[in-house]
Design a protein around this ligand. Structure first.
Ligand code: ADP
Ligand code: MG
Length: 144
C-alpha cells in the first residue's frame, strides 16, 4: 500500500487510520531519514489507538509505554542505540511478543531482533515534489 501526503496533518491522519485498525501483537517498523515524519506518523497512530497524552520520540530512553488506549502501545526509537543488547536490557521481548502494539522508529538499525511478520512502513521525501511531500509505503505480510 502506498500513501502520498502533503502536510504533517495528512501524515498524522494516515497514522491515525492505521492506529484505529491496529491489532494486538502487531509490530510496526518505521524507517526513513531524520525529519521525514516518523514521529508525526506515530503521534497519529497513538491517537488512533485512543491515546490522548502527548507522544514524542523517546530518543533517550529508547522505549516509551502508553497504557491509556484501546491497546497498550510500546513506542521504540532506536536511533541512538549503541548495541542491540540494549534491547534485551529494556525487555523488548515482552513487548514484541505481548498483547500490545509495538511501533519501532529506525527499525532498520536492529534487523536481527525483528520477527518475520512485521509491518514495514517507509517514509520518503522527494525533494523535486516539494518540501512537504512524503511517500509512505506500507508492506504487510500476506497483503497486497
Ligand atoms: P522523524 O521522527 O522521522 O525524525 P518528525 O516526525 O520528528 O521526523 O518530523 C517531521 C517534520 O517534517 C516535522 O517538522 C513536520 O512538520 C515536517 N513535515 C512536513 N511535511 C510533512 C509531511 N507530509 N508528513 C510529515 N511531516 C511533515
Ligand atoms: Mg522521530
Amino acid at each position: 500500500m502506498e500513501k502520498i501526503t502533503n502536510s504533517p496533518e495528512e501524515t498524522f491522519g494516515f497514522g491515525y487510520e492505521l492506529g484505529s485498525r491496529a491489532l494486538p501483537g502487531q509490530i510496526y517498523c518505521l524507517d526513513g531519514d531524520l525529519g521525514v515524519g516518523k514521529t508525526v506518523f506515530t503521534q497519529g497512530f497513538a491517537r488512533g489507538l485512543g491515546i490522548e497524552e502527548p507522544v514524542n520520540s523517546p530518543t533517550f530512553t529508547i522505549l516509551q509505554q502508553y497504557e491509556e488506549g484501546r491497546l497498550p502501545l510500546y513506542h521504540f526509537d532506536v536511533y541512538r542505540i549503541g548495541d542491540v543488547s540494549e534491547m534485551d536490557e529494556i525487555g523488548y521481548e515482552d513487548c514484541f511478543y505481548g498483547e500490545g502494539v509495538c511501533l519501532v522508529e529506525w527499525a532498520g538499525l536492529v534487523p536481527e531482533i525483528l520477527p518475520e511478520q512485521v509491518i514495514r512502513i517507509r517514509i520518503e521525501k522527494e525533494p523535486e515534489k516539494g518540501f512537504d511531500y512524503r511517500r509512505i509505503t506500507v508492506d504487510e505480510p500476506g497483503k497486497e
